[in-house]
Design a binder for this molecule. Structure first.
Ligand SMILES: [Zn+2]
Length: 417
């Protein structure tokens, strides 16, 4: 792995002397760390020049949308914040809610870890969120005060809509309503990455659209006179890996594995990219485990309590007793192939294709974005898993800026792959 410190560019540390600057957290879903390497991205490059640039950031496992975004908002590993999957499920009733409907299950999100909106509001700040995962839920009786929840069946790629939303956030929320913190979410380039693959011309075109959008955001900030008081973090939740187009015999289909039978399974979470979870029927755990372990050369099978500690994906009651994840290039299917994505994510967060671009200094885990944001907003963080010592390497102190407290531009570009 490349040493992040070797690839730092830009003029050096970014500023933040005074607390109580405004902060805009932007996520472009599925923006892999190296997506700016094969496309011209003048606006992202300009941000790196104005701030600092490191090679990548490491997302939490599992590397999928809701768990990873909630790590950004809380600074907690997935096993500690409890939003363990995009799908909400109940193993007793067999009920499942997919990504969108799961956004509205308050108890799924309000699970002990407070997102930064609520913490900031309790400390007197005004916060907002547009389409960001977690926005729809109520936490300990509070929601983010100003919010726009994503409509159902939303077209994530419409650039006109992107600009209307940016106008609302910059002109309306930050400028007119004087909000301190806003999280802003875009569903691309994730969708094109799944559909066409991370190496496709469609993905490259979408990265150009993202870059134009970054330019538009900075123009709007300038237009409203907010440049000197608004920090910007651009980030994402995970990267994207090309799914191998193999013959049927090479695919991971659990029902084809000798000794495995769905009659031994009480509840399953499968057909969701490279990750899966199983709840065997009583007394069947060992049998199912033994059948699947070694059942396919590219399938990793763990009892929950034996998951590698570095993945931080074992210590939560919502996790099912058997956890499966595939090697790069493979998806996990139950009884037949239901998935036809050319790109996917959810893999081990050590895989380079899961990493995120990050424009700051230091070996950075996504859990550490949260204490950085709290520092920038001048609020006391909740208990979290981040490393706040990393912050001081990234920021110039008040003395270093000659006592000028107002020059603030943090250019942190976290592009998770
Ligand atoms: Zn995502």
């Amino acid at each position: 792995l490349a040493n992040i410190l070797d690839s730092v560019s830009g003029p050096g540390p970014v500023f933040t002397g005074s607390p109580r600057n405004k902060l805009l957290l932007i996520s472009f879903d599925g923006f892999r760390w190296d997506y700016d390497r094969d496309v011209s991205t003048p606006h992202l490059d300009k941000m790196a020049q104005d701030g600092v640039k490191a090679a990548y950031i490491t997302p939490p496992f599992i590397t999928i949308t809701s768990p990873s975004h909630f790590t950004l908002l809380t600074g907690r590993h997935v096993e500690n914040h409890g939003v363990i999957h995009n799908i909400w499920f109940n193993t007793t009733t067999q009920e499942k809610k997919q990504y969108y409907m799961a956004q509205f299950v308050d108890s799924y999100w309000d699970n002990g870890s407070l997102p930064i909106w609520i913490t900031a509001q309790r400390q007197g700040l005004k916060t907002g969120s547009l389409h960001f995962p977690g926005t729809a839920a109520t936490y300990q009786g509070e929601t983010v005060a100003v919010r726009q929840v994503e409509p159902r069946f939303y077209d994530h790629s419409n650039e006109t809509d992107w600009r209307l939303n940016i106008d609302k956030v910059i002109g309306g929320w930050f400028n007119q309503q004087d909000l301190d913190f806003v999280s802003l979410y875009f569903g691309e380039p994730d969708t094109v990455g799944h559909k066409y693959g991370p190496d496709s011309p469609e993905r490259r075109d979408m990265v150009k659209q993202v870059d134009r959008t970054v330019g538009y955001i900075r123009d709007k900030i300038q237009e409203h006179g907010l440049t000197d008081q608004l920090n910007i973090i651009i980030t994402t939740d995970h990267g994207m890996n090309s799914i191998l187009q193999t013959g049927m015999s090479e695919k991971i289909i659990l029902s084809n594995i000798p000794g495995f039978s769905f009659s031994d399974i009480k509840f399953q979470l499968l057909d969701y990219g490279p990750v899966g979870m199983l709840l065997p029927k009583e007394g069947k755990l060992e049998k199912v485990y033994q059948a699947l372990k070694g059942g396919h050369p590219h399938l990793n099978v763990y009892k929950k309590e034996e998951m590698p500690a570095r993945l931080h994906y074992s210590n939560h009651p919502r996790l099912l007793p058997l956890i499966l994840f595939a090697d790069p290039g493979y998806a996990i299917s139950g009884s037949r192939q239901l998935q036809f994505n050319k790109g996917d994510h959810g893999f081990d967060n050590e895989l380079m294709d899961m990493k995120a671009i990050f424009r700051a200094v230091g070996p950075f885990d996504m859990v550490s974005v949260y204490p950085l944001m709290c520092h920038l907003l001048g609020i006391n963080p909740e208990v979290n898993d981040g490393d706040s010592s990393i912050i001081k390497h990234m920021l110039v102190s008040q003395e270093d800026t000659g006592g000028e407290h107002d020059a603030v531009l943090v250019t942190v570009i976290i592009t998770t792959s």
